[in-house]
Design a protein. Structure first.
Length: 77
């Protein structure tokens, strides 16, 4: 990574509140696992992503799944 980019990322992260810095750290760990996949148990995956979604987003996602996932478009298959 180029030094200027690394320095900018560090400055950006340092300017965030601690809770958001933790979210950034979790996101980086997730990216590393995508870049270098390894076998992961379901429990490990839950631990990795736990707390990365706020309550409002989780509610919106659940509502979208509840409303849209049971609809079958027979013409669309």
């Amino acid at each position: 990574m180029k030094s200027a980019l690394k320095d900018q990322i560090i400055r950006d992260v340092e300017s965030l509140p601690e809770d958001q810095q933790l979210r950034v750290a979790t996101f980086i760990k997730a990216l590393k696992n995508i870049a270098a996949p390894k076998s992961m148990t379901g429990k490990e995956a839950v631990r990795l992503f736990a707390g990365t979604m706020d309550e409002t987003s989780a509610r919106e996602m659940k509502r979208a799944v509840d409303e849209g996932c049971e609809i079958v478009d027979a013409e669309g298959w």
